[in-house]
Design a protein around this ligand. Structure first.
Ligand code: F6P
Length: 322
């Protein structure tokens, strides 16, 4: 390997810049050239490359977003699009890739790596934390801290007005953001796609806890099995018309902002490991950290098996939310 291409793809996540920095600096440390590919697979097809040196990644470790920009690419889903991408990479002298993103990114990487002789190693960059093969993805820690910061503020108003707030958080197919932040913010109930929600039982719990506590927070994952926050609100209101209810959808604030210390360190460790994995002939694998050790997981496995919910967490909610 002489020249590595690095790119971010899919939804952005705090810590992606720290990841790019780590990849570039590790490549240079090992006397490799490194090119940044702008706008993910879209930029690959367009030949949107930039030479990277130590200076080009200076002063970015603390920044949210991604300096390389990101995109979701329809063209790359087609064999023609991937052929153009491969030709552009070859013309640029890029002979290996580090892909930073989530399951869409690795789905593309898996297909591309099978079609062409192009070693690819992935780094998990998504706020959803929904990939198998790592305890945490880059961006998750910052996102959950953003959520609890917001929910703590919402709790003030809930308390002042004796209100019920239904707070919707992100997680396309996953309740991991809702579950952890729900515990941390002391939510009275949590609705996630991984478990069935019995709305009657939920309402009974809300009513029960009303004796000791006048404010209430119900945390809903956007993909929650009981429907959107509005739908959950409607169902609760139907049963308890006297509740003063408000809906709050946190949205994309969860994706932005300065990465936390945990995310910067995670991205740095994984960036070093990704480049060294390529040098050690790994390919078609995602770097992860499991029990504080670097782990390698085939793309196939990382994307197919979403990270599971720890049943102990559900138990904690049950015990502490009453
Ligand atoms: O995968 C990350 C994520 O933020 C999901 O939680 C959410 O469903 C989705 O991306 C939103 O994507 P977009 O940026 O297209 O609105």
């Amino acid at each position: 390997i002489k020249k590595i291409g690095v790119f971010t793809s899919g939804g952005d996540a705090p810590g992606m810049n720290a990841a790019i920095r780590a990849v570039v600096r590790t490549a240079l440390y090992h006397n490799l050239e490194v090119a940044g590919i702008r706008r993910g697979y879209e930029g690959m097809i367009a030949g949107d490359f930039m030479e990277m040196d130590r200076k080009s990644v200076a002063n970015i470790i603390q920044r949210g977003g991604t300096m390389l920009k990101t995109a979701r690419s329809d063209q790359f889903r087609t064999p023609e699009g991937r052929k153009v991408a491969y030709d552009k990479l070859k013309a640029e002298g890029i002979d290996a890739l580090v892909a930073i993103g989530g399951d869409g990114t690795f789905t593309g990487a898996r297909v591309f790596g099978a079609e062409y002789d192009m070693p690819i190693v992935g780094m998990p960059g998504t706020i959803d934390n929904d990939l198998q093969g790592t305890d945490f993805t880059i961006g998750y820690d910052t996102a959950i801290n953003t959520v609890i910061d917001a929910v703590d503020k919402i709790r003030d108003t809930a308390e002042s007005h004796d209100r019920l707030f239904i707070v919707e958080v992100m997680g396309r197919d996953s309740g991991l953001i809702a579950l952890r932040t729900g515990i941390a913010a002391g939510a009275e109930a949590i609705i996630i796609p991984e478990t069935k929600t019995d709305i009657e039982a939920l309402c009974a719990r809300l009513e029960h806890s009303r004796r000791d506590k006048s404010s209430k927070i119900v945390m809903v994952a956007e993909s929650g099995e009981a429907g959107s926050a509005f739908e959950v609100g409607r169902q609760i209101k139907e049963r308890f018309p006297h509740y003063d209810t408000r809906i709050s959808i946190l949205g994309h604030i969860q994706r932005g902002g300065r990465p936390s210390c945990m995310d910067r360190v995670l991205a740095s460790r994984m960036g070093v490991a990704a480049v060294e994995a390529l040098l050690n002939n790994h390919r078609d694998e995602m770097i992860g950290i499991i029990h504080n050790e670097i782990a390698y997981t085939q793309f196939d496995h990382a994307i197919k098996h979403h990270q599971e919910i720890n049943p102990n967490f559900l138990k904690i909610v049950e015990i502490l939310s009453l």
